[in-house]
Design a binder for this molecule. Structure first.
Ligand code: NA7
Length: 499
């Protein structure tokens, strides 16, 4: 007979005060739960705190890149700038009373599951050891900068830094600036710097597919209308063209011979043909792999920027960095004052380097030795009461990760319910359920556009796309309700050894 012991007062530890950790904090706060949010930095905002480079813009329409429950009337334009988004998260965290629950400057160094007490022991950078019944890992995806393996990086005489470590005192105004890297970051930096630098060189190892998108500013009257009528914001959030685009995009990545990807390629190539006048430059900028294989670049002004007289697109390979600048393989030198490394992130880290030990001391680092993975991107066998937001194998692409995190939170809440009610002490996915999920996922991932032959942060160390390989609808459906038979719920009625 089961004795229902209400474990009222579950203790939650949320790791990371970015978009996803704040979401968890807001939701747990509303439910009256006892949580602490651990943030290693001294400010919230995650990727929107770390990235401060000129031109930083979110390529999801501003009104669609907010929490569904917290619309925001103040956006200055259709696409929001990084500092506006950081302000939005700061205002929202304050409004929902999350700020006093955040421990800033406090890194979680280790999470160790204690079987005897069915709880997690967290080692903090302050030297403290704290307990939590539930861990929410919201530590981000694109967080650890990846520096390029180019000889001589440390010999450059000017200012040199990664795009996510922007140096405000670096020489830009009237200076000779180089940018290595051609992802969303490199492209946005080029669009912002060409008016300020004396000369600007964009070093491109691979040309990009550039999707033309509309850009317009909202007037004060429009913002006022948004303030008065939330329906106007909802109309943008739920705009059928926006969702049709997301649908088309996820169709495109899963059906690589289908009409949607053909259409994306056509729109991007027309953009190249119609925007770039010089035939030589046009050929330099022409991608030689499938569209959407790397994350599509949305830009309304990149092709204009690279046609400015002080901007050079350099496709020749880099031989090494020298004190004066970048030496190319053909022997030419680009002399520079400032060199920006927009070379991306180590996208396979997730909560690591935090040491996470589950049941019987099983290490997450070992479990992830081949590739990081999780059951439906949220839970991991042998790691009870451990939930990830924007964890491995989740959807990534040209849509709002806030919507992804909210749907994942809806799934997590349903797994938490029996814990909250005190019916069980722990919840974790069955190993065989996870193995079957991962087998299906890998098989599907190989056939997506991400695996069609290009390098990108979408690929794991074995070259297999690491993300959700099915449609957005399939993800929404999976998150709507966990398959409870795939979970092990450990009841309090079972004998639990007490230490
Ligand atoms: P990305 O998209 O990973 O782009 C990194 C860029 O850096 C890409 O163009 C790489 O070229 C280039 N790169 C990396 N290493 C080198 C070396 N050694 N030499 C030359 N070029 C190199 O990072 P971002 O920061 O732009 O964007 C990350 C995400 O943030 C983005 O997708 C959005 O979701 C927001 P490659 O293509 O590999 O030839």
């Amino acid at each position: 007979m089961s004795t229902h012991h209400n474990r009222a007062g579950l203790r939650y530890a949320i790791i990371g005060a970015g978009m996803a950790g704040l979401l968890a904090g807001i939701k747990l706060g509303e439910a009256g739960e006892d949580f602490t949010l651990y943030e290693k930095a001294d400010r919230l905002g995650g990727t929107w705190r770390d990235n401060r480079y000129p031109g930083l813009t979110c390529d999801v329409p501003a009104h669609a890149y907010t929490y569904s429950f917290e619309p925001y009337a103040e956006w200055e334009a259709y696409y929001a700038k990084g500092d506006e988004i950081r302000t939005y998260f700061e205002l929202t965290a304050a409004k929902y009373g999350v700020m006093p629950r955040i421990r800033f400057g406090c890194e979680v160094i280790s999470c160790i599951w204690r079987d005897d007490q069915a709880c997690w022991a967290l080692g903090l950078s302050t030297g403290e050891m704290v307990e939590a019944d539930v861990v929410i890992a919201a530590s981000g995806v694109l967080h650890h900068p990846r520096l390029p393996e180019i000889e001589g990086l440390d010999r450059f005489a000017g200012d040199i830094f990664h795009s996510a470590r922007w140096q405000d005192d670096a020489g830009i105004e009237g200076a000779r600036v180089g940018v290595i890297g051609n992802g969303s970051t490199g492209v946005q930096i080029i669009t912002a710097l060409h008016e300020r630098a004396e000369s600007l060189v964009h070093f491109q190892r691979s040309p990009q597919w550039i999707m033309p998108v509309p850009y317009f500013r909202y007037s004060e009257e429009e913002r006022d209308a948004f303030r008065r009528d939330r329906g106007l914001i909802d109309a943008i959030r739920h705009d059928k063209d926006y969702w049709a685009n997301i649908h088309r995009f996820t169709q495109a990545i899963t059906d690589i011979d289908g009409p949607e990807i053909a259409m994306i390629e056509k729109v991007c190539l027309d953009n190249l043909e119609n925007s770039v006048r010089d035939p030589l430059l046009r050929e330099k900028l022409r991608p030689d792999y499938r569209a959407a294989c790397k994350r599509l670049i949305y830009s309304w002004c990149y092709y204009d920027a690279v046609q400015q007289p002080n901007v050079t697109v350099e496709r020749e390979g880099i031989a090494r960095i020298e004190p004066e600048g970048v030496r190319l393989k053909d022997g030419r030198l680009h002399a520079l004052d400032t060199l920006v490394l927009a070379t991306g992130f180590q996208a396979d880290r997730f909560i690591r380097p935090t040491e996470v030990l589950g049941r019987n001391g099983v290490s997450l680092d070992d479990v992830w030795s081949m590739r990081p993975t999780a059951y439906y991107a949220v839970t991991i066998p042998h790691f009870p009461n451990f939930f990830m937001l924007n964890g491995p194998t989740g959807p990534v692409g040209n849509f709002s990760l806030i919507d992804i995190a909210e749907r994942q939170w809806g799934y997590i809440e349903q797994l938490l319910a029996p814990l909250r009610e005190g019916e069980v002490r722990s919840v974790e996915p069955k190993a065989e359920a996870h193995a079957a999920y991962e087998e299906r996922r890998v098989a599907a991932a190989r056939t997506t556009i991400f695996g069609s032959g290009c390098s990108s942060w979408y690929l794991d160390a074995t070259g297999i796309p690491s993300s959700w390989p099915w449609s957005y609808e399939a993800f929404a459906e999976a998150m709507a309700q966990p398959v409870m038979q795939d979970y092990i719920l450990t009841s309090v009625a079972e004998p639990v050894a007490l230490s």
